[in-house]
Design a protein around this ligand. Structure first.
Ligand SMILES: Nc1ncnc2c1ncn2[C@@H]1O[C@H](COP(=O)(O)OP(=O)(O)OP(=O)(O)O)[C@@H](O)[C@H]1O
Length: 310
């Protein structure tokens, strides 16, 4: 897949605080790429550097073979984390104004605005002023404003926050449509289930450094694999002694055993000691949500280089 955006060795400090430490990743045409990380990890700072809202101390950002200040930002769409458009302006006026700022032809912008307002259940709201809209409606208009000019790269910072489930579905569907039609999408979200559902690749940062980069399958294969939940009266020490068990979470009669990444579930199950009491047993692949919590809480099984601790 053709690379649209390349971020290479990005560094940024605020006063003496190093916020980004040599961040590198790319975003390709037609893919949805997630940028993830705990609060304060540096996601928005990365995005603001890409958008030219601030400039990095070191490293480069390349889009369409252009660097830094020369990047054609009219080919980029951006839904910022901070919500809110001008309050006293009518919906259609603001959409056309923002399209014009991106040098997009007005007749096409009007056509697309009407099409999207209909799609997002805002038909007939063209002349309503922004301040009269609900928060969710305002967010829809802001989303439309980020795609009205047919951007080649779309950056969405927490697009789902504050949306009801129906609106969330609408956003998901449209983001998928855009990717299917070739838009490169960089999406920041704290909703791991949505990321797992939608994204082709992901990049996770913690304290300004890369901890994960790859497809969801690569991440799951490389960083964490299976967990086994056992219902039964067992001593935590006995469970911890089972080969290839990295960590045990134990509550009443329910224990979750996190297994080594090289575990082969069939043979592991065969070799379970007979002394273990089992009323119910379940093996699941670890979810992205769990990988995230593991990393964010530093109790992780994962070292910075991506190696699982034995
Ligand atoms: N303009 C600024 N001046 C000083 N420090 C800043 C500035 N912007 C961000 N920071 C600091 O940089 C770090 C990263 O912030 P950033 O907003 O990039 O995190 P984030 O990953 O987007 O977090 P969240 O998930 O909470 O939105 C934080 O410690 C933050 O306090």
């Amino acid at each position: 897949m053709e690379v649209m955006l390349t971020v290479e060795g990005l560094e940024k400090a605020f006063k003496d605080k190093q916020v980004l430490k040599r961040i590198s990743f790319d975003v390709r045409k037609g893919e949805i790429m997630a940028i993830l990380g705990p609060n304060g990890a540096g996601k928005s700072t990365t995005i603001r550097n890409i958008m030219g809202i601030m400039y990095p101390d070191a490293g480069s950002i390349t889009f369409h073979h252009h660097n830094g200040k020369d990047i054609p930002r009219n080919k980029i769409g951006y839904l910022p984390e901070e919500r809110g458009l001008y309050k006293n302006v009518k919906v259609m006026d603001i959409l056309l104004y923002l399209a014009e700022l991106k040098d997009y032809p007005l007749d096409k912008a009007k056509e697309r605005a009407l099409m999207y307002l209909k799609k997002f259940d805002l038909e007939g709201k063209e002349k309503v002023s922004i301040e009269e809209l609900s928060k969710g409606m305002g967010q829809k208009v802001q989303f439309i404003s980020s795609i009205i000019h047919e951007p080649e790269l779309l950056i969405l910072d927490e697009p789902f926050s504050g949306l009801d489930p129906v609106s969330q579905e609408l956003f998901k569907e449209e983001i998928r449509n855009l990717a299917n039609n070739g838009t490169a999408i960089l999406l920041s979200s704290h909703q791991m289930n949505l990321v797992e559902e939608m994204c082709d690749r992901l990049f996770m940062i913690q304290r300004g450094q890369k901890v994960i980069y790859g497809t969801l399958d690569e991440v799951k294969t490389e960083y964490a694999n299976f967990k086994c939940t056992i219902h039964g009266k067992n001593q935590i020490n006995d469970l911890e002694r089972i080969p290839q068990v990295l960590r045990v979470e134990h509550e009443d009669d329910r224990s979750i055993l996190y297994l080594d990444k090289d575990v082969e579930p069939t043979s592991w199950l065969k070799n379970l000691p007979e002394s273990i009491q089992i009323q119910e047993l379940k093996i699941n692949r670890i979810s992205l949500h769990e990988i995230f919590i593991d990393i964010a809480t530093d109790k992780n099984l994962i070292q910075e280089e991506g190696e699982v601790l034995a």
